[in-house]
Design a protein around this ligand. Structure first.
Ligand code: HEC
Length: 186
């Protein structure tokens, strides 16, 4: 009898924890989609206006950070969302930390081993903050500014805006980076 009660309460506790983790994951994914969606909508519109990619590039250079801040302003105070990558373009705003690198290396390993799923959302607890990661895979549309054969105008614009740019030479299917939501205990 006693053991049953114990078991039951242990089960209830673990299912409550599972529910909480599940809802943090969902909350994180929602914020990730807000940022990913906002950037993608803008990118698409600018690429349509000017298929060379130059206008979209100027837009990303000038406004990616502002859009990130605008999306963050809409989130609850305990949450934030950002982009990062192993090979980054913007050193000043998008630098990964050790946890980011660990997660991205795990995604990269899965890609190398052909066990990767783009739906693999990773949830990591770091002190009082839970991080939710979504991988960003390089698509054809990304190649104009992150690919191997860039137009000379794009190359020039990139070199002048990002002299330390490491975010080139990607091909379709490569891990381009991640979007990460950070949700503090509240
Ligand atoms: C028109 C050019 C252009 C296209 C197309 C483009 N990007 Fe970028 N990307 C940029 C620029 C410029 C930055 C740096 C923005 C900044 O200053 O924050 C950037 C930054 C990023 C970053 C942030 C990390 C870093 O390197 O600084 C990620 C992640 C990213 N791009 C992913 C993608 C993905 C995925 C696609 C395709 C869906 C894509 N980009 C298409 C120009 C582009």
């Amino acid at each position: 009898m006693k053991i049953h009660t114990l078991l039951l309460s242990a089960l209830l506790v673990s299912s409550a924890m599972a529910t909480e983790n599940f809802s943090i994951k969902q909350e994180g994914v929602k914020y990730i989609k807000m940022l990913g969606g906002a950037l993608k909508t803008e990118l698409k519109a600018h690429m349509q206006k000017d298929p060379s990619g130059l206008e979209a590039l100027a837009f990303c250079t000038g406004s990616a950070n502002r859009i990130t801040q605008e999306v963050n302003a809409k989130l609850p105070v305990y949450a934030k969302v950002r982009r990062t990558a192993l090979k980054i373009r913007n050193e000043s705003t998008n630098k990964p930390d050790a946890t980011d690198e660990k997660i991205m290396n795990a995604y990269q390993e899965a890609i190398d081993n052909k066990t990767f799923s783009p739906k693999d959302i990773k949830v990591v607890e770091k002190g009082d903050v839970t991080r939710v990661y979504k991988p960003l895979i390089t698509q054809a549309v990304c190649l104009k500014c992150h690919g191997r054969r860039l137009s000379s105008q794009i190359t020039e614009a990139l070199q002048s805006a990002y002299p330390q740019d490491k975010a080139i030479n990607f091909k379709e299917g490569d891990l381009r980076g991640v979007i990460v939501a950070e949700i503090a205990k509240h």
